[in-house]
Write a protein that binds this ligand. Structure first.
Ligand code: AMP
Length: 603
């Protein structure tokens, strides 16, 4: 990693330190968004919407737009799924396979009595079953809620319960470890479909035999633009995870933004490394590339630098959408590793999810032959909002500019660090001033609500703006620069972690009286989850209890468990009794206590 004023924990990066990267005239000419200014001027979501095929006879359904519509495409640019199993080899599912398999899955749901509007969770790794069951569930009119397969049993239980999912699709191994022990506490869960054949598992449906018995034809449920399609859980500072609800019409934004921000088009080999358990893996790992007629590459294996370079070469990846943590891990393995790699097919590289340090942008240009194009969005926005695009100068450290159809701003803050709302009105910040990033409500993939929490959703809006909870500033050319979060959520290896969820899990251990959880800076993962723990009387702080608690956290929470645990005698509290995580963070960073606002200066 370089020196200078760049940081991986969301701190300010001085624009002037990193030379902008210009694009050649040829690069600009061949980009989807070659004339950015004109498209911004002329753009309308209504015109984008009219590019959907629509269900024969009316209605819109994501699965139809993703696969079925391509069956009659005269240009022949049909999408496909190219799956690389962890064990080696590859399997390709063409468009016809995707259509018939998802039809079969929809028939499986129907035969179980699963009805339109019911919620189906998936707890699967990157396997074809994930794509097929997701597409099939949409065809059956169900709402899909993908769960991150590295979650431990507690986050899985909580999300299944909040979703009131009636159906779960998972593997026999995940079922045994994470769901069977808690199934009795999930009264809404009527059906568990396991993707492998395991004769000794009671009360589950085995997918392979159910698929064989199902018909390959299905008449897609006539969903409308505003019908719910997806439920993505995301974390807040307090309370339970928020269930962001997205509609079938969101595909209008998935398609447009993938064309604009990822330069994606029919015939591309597209690799999105995000797990489909998170919003990026769904919007851009499934929906956008299939609907645009690209080949979706899906690698089952965990990160491995040599494997990744081999995939880029052997699969002739043309557009690659990855994440800062992954790029930093590649950078750590040195520039020699990819030296013999043929990346001549790689046209565009993009990254999302956490601050992308300028070194990584420049490294991309040097080692991959393409700068990394950072872009910004979040679960609630459903699609990319701000991006460095193929046809424009990249400013290393900046997230880029708002896409056509996106009206964004930075709002002046009040004493609580969030956008100041005075008599219902907000005020834009000056150029260069740090404020809360906000988006004018109304783009098609905006989340339509938080499940069962209308109040929490309403609070996210002021004066017609959706308030993102992120702090940013804008330069004179409308490039946005990420500064940090306005709240206490943690971004670790690209995963949004709610401190409250981690604190609650730790407090289930008999030794823990109280816990306060923060993100602590890490050069690769951006932040690591760190817990400060006050013990109950009679328990001794020491290595053995620390290891026990670490293992306990890991068993309950899986990948979002705290990596570090520090025992303390007490935690700082507000007058109303809430743990002051900001003060814990200030202490952790060695900043003067008492003045929590100094945290901001450190960003
Ligand atoms: P999620 O809802 O899990 O996708 O997380 C969204 C959050 O990730 C945003 O609100 C930001 O805090 C952070 N994030 C996403 N993209 C970027 C980016 N390009 N730079 C910095 N932070 C980002």
């Amino acid at each position: 990693m370089g020196t200078g004023s760049s940081h991986h924990d969301g701190r300010t990066v001085e624009p002037a330190q990193w030379a902008p990267i210009d694009k050649s005239a040829a690069d600009i000419a061949r980009a989807n968004l070659a004339d950015f200014a004109r498209v911004c001027r002329e753009f309308s979501w209504a015109a984008e919407r009219s590019q959907l095929a629509g269900l024969p006879g009316g209605g819109v359904n994501i699965a139809y737009e993703a696969v079925d519509r391509h069956l009659d495409d005269p240009t022949g640019s049909a999408p496909s799924l190219r799956w690389l199993p962890a064990s080696g080899g590859c399997t390709t599912l063409g468009c016809t396979d995707l259509v018939s398999s998802s039809n079969r899955f929809a028939n499986v749901l129907r035969s179980l009595g699963v009805r339109r509007g019911e919620r189906m969770c998936t707890l699967l790794g990157r396997t074809p079953d994930l794509y097929i069951s997701t597409l099939g569930a949409w065809k059956a009119g169900c709402v899909v809620s993908p769960l991150f397969s590295a979650f431990g049993p507690e986050p899985v239980r909580q999300r299944l319960a909040l979703a009131e999912a009636t159906t779960l699709v998972t593997t026999a191994a995940y079922y045994r470890r994470k769901v069977a022990p808690i199934r009795d506490s999930l009264p809404a869960l009527r059906h568990v479909i396991v993707t492998d054949t395991e004769a000794d598992l009671p009360a589950v449906v085995e997918l392979p035999s159910a698929m064989t018995a199902a018909e390959p034809e299905f008449s897609i449920v006539r969903t409308g633009f505003e019908d719910p399609a997806l439920l993505h859980f995301t974390s807040g500072t307090t309370g339970t995870p928020k269930g962001a609800m997205h509609v079938h019409g969101a595909i209008v934004a998935h398609r447009a933004t993938a064309r604009f921000a990822l330069d994606l088009r029919a015939g591309d080999v597209f690799w999105c490394t995000a797990d489909p358990g998170w919003v990026t893996g769904m919007s851009y790992g499934v929906i956008a590339p299939l609907s645009l007629g690209a080949t979706v590459l899906s690698d089952e294996a965990e990160f491995d630098p040599q494997r990744w370079y081999d995939i880029l070469t052997a699969e002739r990846v043309s557009v690659w959408y990855t994440a800062p943590t992954a790029l930093r891990m590649l950078m750590r393995h040195g520039d020699e590793l990819p030296s013999g790699t043929d990346l001549s097919c790689l046209r565009f590289v993009a990254s999302v999810g956490e601050p992308l340090n300028p070194e990584a942008v420049v490294w991309g240009e040097r080692v991959l032959g393409r700068p990394v194009h950072d872009n910004w969005w979040q679960t609630e926005t459903g699609a990319i909002m701000i991006a460095n695009i193929a046809a424009a100068q990249v400013r290393p450290g900046s997230m880029g500019r708002p896409l056509p159809g996106v009206d964004s701003t930075v709002l002046r803050r009040g004493a609580d660090g969030r956008a100041a709302v005075v008599h219902g009105t907000v005020t834009p910040a000056e150029v260069g001033e740090v404020g809360e990033l906000a988006l004018r409500a109304g783009w098609p993939s905006m989340c339509r609500g938080y499940l069962n929490e209308p109040g929490r959703y309403a609070k996210a809006f002021a004066d017609g703006w959706y308030l993102t909870g992120d702090l940013a500033r804008r330069d004179g050319d409308d490039y946005y620069w990420f500064v940090g979060r306005a709240d206490d959520v943690i971004k670790s290896a690209g995963h949004l972690v709610g401190p409250f969820e981690v604190e609650s899990a730790l407090m289930a251990h008999p030794s823990v009286a109280e816990a306060g959880v923060i993100g602590t800076p890490d050069p690769v993962a951006g932040e690591l989850v760190k817990a400060f723990v006050v013990l109950r009387p009679g328990y001794n702080p020491g290595e053995s209890l620390r290891s026990e608690l670490t293992a306990f956290g890991r068993r309950m929470l899986g990948a979002v468990a705290p990596k570090q645990i520090e025992f303390v005698d007490s935690l700082p509290h507000t007058r109303s009794g809430k743990v002051m995580r900001r003060l814990l963070k200030a202490r952790e960073l060695g900043l003067p206590e008492g003045d929590v606002s100094t945290l901001e200066a450190a960003r």
